[in-house]
Design a protein around this ligand. Structure first.
Ligand code: SAM
Length: 278
């Protein structure tokens, strides 16, 4: 079978079961398995594909048809300006979380920031993306999952950020004793009851620890806000991701802990997504 035919089949099969990005998924699979680039997919469309390669493609196609995200199949995901190693032990970095990196970079350009703390670092995608653009700053990423910390360390090595970053297993900031100028976090914020309503690709392939925010989804915010003052410098900025319908409650939690809302940011879909506090 030639490349073009395989691509068409993959596309058709993915769109038939309602996969949102059938063309993109088909292209990624072909590029990965056949070591091709985007240009090759056009210029070599009549290439005859060997049987053993077709078998490999079919195995991956059936994993995708079964709901496994492309990023979990190939164990990598693009986020901001880098490609991150991921696994089933970390949340698949989401495009909307890139907003935290943008807000942090803007803030760093106008304010003196010596160090950053990332609470619930997962793959390390937020912290490492910020450090990569700000080579004079150091950062600590913490996570309750030791498997996630191991992935974050691999990413820091891959991106040559080992001297700027440290990673620690910690229950929120319980093992943190230093003071930070900037705190970033994308904590778990889905209400426990709502997890079963999520798509299969999220509830099966993302770890429950990265999703479950307790009965009302707000447990992480309460725990973080109540212990934050101890580990921040005088004018530190807190940049935190929220669920689209949680802004009022999260603002209230932080206000009760003496934090002032600085700004609310919307994501590309116009939904409340990130809050900043001081
Ligand atoms: C929504 S994920 C975010 C991961 C990554 N920062 C990102 O944006 O892709 C939340 C992270 O918080 C971690 N986490 C959950 N409970 C925690 C706790 N009690 N202490 C520290 N980290 C925790 C999870 O393991 C997970 O990696």
């Amino acid at each position: 079978m030639i490349l073009k035919e395989i691509q068409r089949k993959l596309c058709n099969n993915f769109s038939t079961i309602g996969i949102e990005t059938p063309e993109l998924d088909a292209r990624i699979i072909l590029k990965e398995v056949l070591s091709l680039d985007d240009k090759d997919l056009i210029l070599k469309e009549s290439l005859d594909i060997p049987e053993e390669m077709i078998e490999k493609i079919i195995t991956i196609e059936s994993r995708r048809l079964n709901g496994e995200p492309i990023s979990k199949i190939f164990k990598k995901r693009d986020f901001y300006n880098s490609t991150f190693i991921i696994s089933n032990d970390v949340l698949d970095p989401r495009p909307e979380t890139e907003l935290i990196v943008e807000i942090a970079n803007n803030y760093i350009n106008k304010n003196e920031v010596k160090n950053i703390l990332d609470l619930g670092t997962g793959s390390g995608c937020i912290l490492l993306s910020i450090l990569k653009e700000n080579r004079m700053i150091n950062g600590l990423g913490i996570d309750l999952s030791k498997e996630a910390i191991s992935i974050a360390k691999q990413n820091s090595k891959k991106l040559n950020l080992e001297t700027q970053s440290n990673f620690l297993v910690s229950n929120w900031m319980s093992s943190v004793n230093y003071k930070y100028d900037l705190v970033v976090s994308n904590p778990p914020y889905i209400a426990s009851e709502d997890i079963k309503k999520l798509s299969k690709s999220v509830k099966i392939y993302d770890p429950i620890l990265s999703l479950d925010g307790g009965d009302d989804g707000l447990n992480s915010y309460r725990l973080i806000a109540s212990d934050l003052k101890r580990i921040i410098s005088m004018n530190a900025l807190i940049i935190i991701e929220i669920g689209y319908n949680q802004s009022l409650q999260v603002i209230d939690i932080f206000k009760k802990n003496d934090f002032k809302l600085i700004k609310k940011y919307n994501d590309i879909n116009g939904l409340d997504r990130v809050l900043t506090f001081q």
